[in-house]
Design a protein around this ligand. Structure first.
Ligand code: FAD
Length: 307
């Protein structure tokens, strides 16, 4: 019940100001956000990789309102790539981006986002790593898939995300499960209407399994973004049935969530990538994490009271 309310609040400027100024917020935010600057996140990346894990880095931000902000987002990723180049980690550290932060939601946004993301994808390729396009709300997806297709002509390793809660996704998965493609499957984190998305957990989980099957039986590289123990077990079984080796798919989880499981799966020989978000514009990302688990909200409220 609380999830949709928190997701609605994630789009409110008033709530953004309230939450950002609340006592105790920083402490709770730091559970999910690995730092505010690239200098702060680099040691986290090193520590993660030293544990036998891999990372995908997300500079937090979305829903921008000016072209200058879109250019600043591109520059932030270019700065990150310079740091990654010095670390020489190749695909052990890739990047995740939200196209809305690259200007997609502004006027002429599709062309702007494409022009803005291209140099980032190109720079990533030049240091031996890659970029995955995150999935945002359903109104943005046709544009995201078109940009993904365009980028793949020159950079076929560019990944994208599909969301199990959307009715359209089985069809998208069928199209994307082709040789060379890298596709992350997640349940979906936005507030979506019943006209386009399943609303109940059981339906979403069933759809997730159907889509997982399509990806596992296809020729692409599936990236399983979930902390759900049942789906992890189903993934292992479907991969076995499809005859996939351990390096022919990977698990992905979020920084700060089920960290012991990251290490456990890696120790079993799985490739495990930790989605590591950093930056100052953490509000939308943080609110989605609260919405996913009501206990996080209680923890947050308690930290406000005890401050
Ligand atoms: P759930 O059933 O929600 O959770 C299973 C268990 O995991 C819970 O019981 C709990 O123990 C733990 N857990 C889950 N979430 C939390 C949390 N916030 N705090 C504490 N414990 C938690 N969504 C998008 O819409 N677009 C994207 O591009 C996108 N990228 C993602 C990338 C990665 C690597 C991951 C892991 C998720 C991404 N998501 C994205 C979010 C995703 O859609 C889900 O909202 C999120 O993963 C929670 O779903 P779940 O599969 O973990 O299952």
């Amino acid at each position: 019940m609380l999830g949709p309310v928190i997701l609605a609040a994630s789009r409110s400027d008033k709530m953004r100001r309230f939450v950002s100024a609340a006592p105790g917020t920083r402490q709770v935010v730091s559970r999910f956000i690995a730092g505010e600057t690239v200098e702060q996140v680099v040691p986290v990346v090193k520590e993660t990789i030293d544990k036998g894990l891999e990372v995908t880095l997300d500079v937090v931000g979305e829903d921008i309102t000016t072209r200058e902000q879109a250019y600043a987002a591109r520059d932030a990723y270019m700065e990150l790539i310079e740091y990654l180049e010095d670390l020489g980690l190749g695909t052990k550290a890739e990047m995740s981006v939200k196209l809305s932060m690259f200007g997609q939601s502004l006027e002429g946004g599709h062309e702007l986002a494409l022009a803005n993301i291209r140099p980032v994808v190109e720079a990533a390729a030049s240091i031996g790593t890659t970029v995955t396009l995150d999935a945002e709300d359903h109104t943005t997806l046709d544009s995201m898939f078109a940009i993904h297709e365009e980028l793949r002509k020159d950079f076929p390793q560019t990944g994208c995300v599909i969301q199990a809660y959307l009715f359209r996704t089985e069809e998208d998965a069928g199209r994307l499960a082709a040789a060379g493609s890298r596709v992350r499957i997640v349940k979906g984190a936005y507030k979506e209407p019943a006209a386009v998305a399943y609303q109940h957990k059981a339906e979403i989980d069933k759809a997730y399994v159907r889509i997982l099957k399509i990806l596992m039986e296809g020729d692409g590289y599936p990236m399983i973004g979930s902390h759900d123990p049942r789906l992890i077990a189903v993934t292992q079984e479907l991969a076995r049935r499809a005859g996939r080796k351990l390096d022919e798919y990977e698990f992905q989880m979020l920084y700060g969530i089920r960290s012991d499981e990251h290490v456990r799966l890696a120790a079993e020989g799985h490739r495990m990538r930790v989605y590591t978000a950093y930056g100052t514009d953490w509000y939308g990302y943080f609110m989605r994490r609260l919405a996913e688990k009501p206990a996080n909200l209680l923890f947050f409220l308690r930290s406000m009271i005890t401050k």
